[in-house]
Design a protein. Structure first.
Length: 277
């Protein structure tokens, strides 16, 4: 078995196990995506500032890249741990100087102390708010640079897990998007098509699925229809990098919700194994 296939198999097993026992906790306590984030209103395609998040267990490390009032580039480091039931942290923004330049021998930096505090809170794994010194709080999102702003961002293989709202019973499955389709009108960017496999009442069922990426989310970015044996399943979701959050509907969108779900990409469209973050 190729190394990429082995990694995908391991990820599939670990994600399914984790999500099958943790749906209740995931709904309450949020672990943000690790990686490069940006202040949403500053994402204009020009050089600016941003920050990196690395979440491990309950701990979060934030490295902020910005500028002094003089215009000189600067970075700050903050860290903390989430308390149970909380998706917010307030941390000191530590400043440093005197570390290694390229080609220098090993040399430790000097901690200068805090340059104020930062408060960061999350309302999903891919959205939140940051409050920096001397600034109002601002919305934050992951910085997307490797995926196109079209439905092509959804291509690949996804592990699906969720919870029945009525009784809290977990379910799981697999979603494979392998074909890009044209738009159906001005409200739709374009579409993807594939196969949905899902455990339904103890039975694995599958069918063709088509999803449309909306120009203006209302409220979700994607609306989908899956032709399963004996019925059509409607669902909607938002996507950022390798993570999806969404809802399945009983009947048409807007009717009573029956299932909430999350999905993680384990393979991209070319078969490269993805880390589900």
């Amino acid at each position: 078995m190729k190394s990429g296939q082995r990694l995908a198999t391991m990820l599939l097993g670990s994600v399914l196990l984790f999500l099958s026992i943790s749906n209740t906790a995931l709904a309450q306590d949020i672990t943000p995506q690790s990686g490069l984030w940006i202040i949403a209103q500053e994402n204009n395609g020009q050089p600016g500032r941003g920050f990196n998040l690395d979440a491990q267990n309950n701990a979060l490390v934030l490295t902020f890249y910005g500028y002094e009032t003089s215009g000189e580039a600067m970075w700050w480091l903050a860290s903390g741990s989430f308390a149970a039931g909380s998706n917010q942290l307030t941390m000191a923004l530590g400043a440093y100087e005197g570390g290694m330049a390229f080609g220098d021998p090993l040399k430790n930096a000097t901690y200068l102390g805090p340059d104020g505090q930062v408060t960061i809170r999350f309302d999903s794994v891919t959205s939140g708010e940051i409050c920096l010194p001397n600034e109002p709080c601002k919305a934050i999102v992951p910085f997307i640079f490797g995926w196109p702003p079209t439905a092509a961002e959804a291509l690949g293989t996804w592990v699906v897990s969720g919870t029945l709202l009525a009784n809290g019973v977990p379910f799981g499955g697999e979603l494979i998007f392998n074909e890009l389709l044209a738009s159906t009108g001005p409200a739709v960017v374009n579409r993807v098509r594939g196969v949905l496999k899902i455990g339904d009442g103890g039975v694995l069922v599958q069918g063709a699925v088509t999803c449309s990426k909306l120009v203006v989310p209302s409220p979700w970015a994607y609306t989908c229809s899956a032709a399963l044996p004996g019925r059509t399943l409607q669902f909607s979701f938002d996507l950022a990098r390798n993570a999806v959050e969404g809802v399945f509907y009983e009947g048409a969108p807007g009717s009573a919700l029956t299932r909430v779900f999350a999905a993680f990409r384990i393979l991209n469209q070319s078969g490269r194994a993805m880390i589900p973050n």
